[in-house]
Design a binder for this molecule. Structure first.
Ligand code: KIV
Length: 277
């Protein structure tokens, strides 16, 4: 049985911290699930860390569904959240409903996430009314990177802080089950966390959020093109992988791989006919 939104909301009430991590493929999702992480986000960050784009903007529904299906196949207990890509929920409520439904029906996800507050609240309400759990995402919203002028801290002025507070309230009222707070001052995240009833999941938003989310490649050190300040590298996979790949390359060239251990044999007499040809 997978984690439900009721259990996630109860974690906030009990003061139990909520962990969320991204995953984009079967094997990684399986490890994250087995570690007991309750929320797995198939983030549109895959555009950068998996597909090599400069931003999340080129990511399509087809990209997202492809990876969501793999993550769902690799997991048993986590709630899998599909991240709605750029312009798949902006044009109309109909579009938003159709694309949210695809994540659930085709992708096998249990919830969707979308960026924005007041401006997307009506869409959130309608998606939730259709029975699809929605996670909000405010603060630094990477799909609006050109409007925001880069990966900059949000909510730094009293007006901007008030707007973010209203965004969080609008998502709560629209029925979102949780909200991501990305790259905002920790004291602002603390106030929002105290004032809204739904769990806040922080990324670069300090210690006081109800939970934390990270891009898995950032904590594993497997994507080093852009390392955000809020990321902590628990291991540096780029070094480990480079070393292993170089060693493999060298051994093949030197003829020391494969050895008998990695090879299979056959009675040579069975090949006698071939030998004489
Ligand atoms: O796409 C993503 O990985 C995200 C997280 C950073 C919250 O939106």
């Amino acid at each position: 049985m997978r984690i439900t939104i009721t259990q996630i909301k109860e974690m906030k009430q009990k003061g139990e911290k909520i962990t969320m991590l991204t995953a984009y493929d079967f094997a990684t999702a399986k490890l994250v699930d087995e570690a007991g992480i309750p929320l797995i986000l198939v983030g549109d960050s895959l555009g950068m860390v998996i597909l090599g784009y400069e931003s999340t903007i080129p990511v399509t529904m087809e990209d997202m569904l492809h990876h969501t299906k793999a993550v769902v196949r690799g997991t048993k207990q986590a709630m899998v959240i599909g991240d709605m890509p750029f312009m798949t929920y902006h044009i109309s409520v109909d579009d938003a409903l159709r694309n949210a439904a695809r994540f659930i029906q085709e992708g096998g996800a249990q919830a969707v996430k979308l960026e924005g507050g007041v401006t997307v609240a009506e869409k959130v309400r309608r998606i939730v009314e259709c029975g699809i759990p929605v996670m909000g995402h405010i603060g630094l919203t990477p799909q609006s990177i050109h409007q925001l002028g880069g990966h900059k801290m949000q909510g730094k002025t009293p007006e901007a802080a008030k707007r973010l507070f209203k965004d969080a309230q609008a998502l709560e009222e629209a029925g979102a089950f949780a909200v991501v707070l990305e790259t905002i001052p920790a004291p602002l995240a603390e106030i929002i966390t105290a004032k809204v009833s739904i769990p806040t999941i922080g990324i670069g938003a300090g210690i006081h959020c109800d939970g934390q989310v990270q891009v898995i490649n950032d904590i594993l050190g497997s994507y080093t093109e852009f390392v955000p300040r809020h990321a902590k590298q628990y291991v540096k996979l780029t070094d480990i992988i480079s070393k292993a790949v170089t060693q493999y390359h060298n051994e093949v060239k030197a003829g020391t791989f494969p050895t008998e251990k990695q090879s299979s044999s056959i009675d040579k007499s069975l090949l006698a006919e071939l030998e004489t040809k």
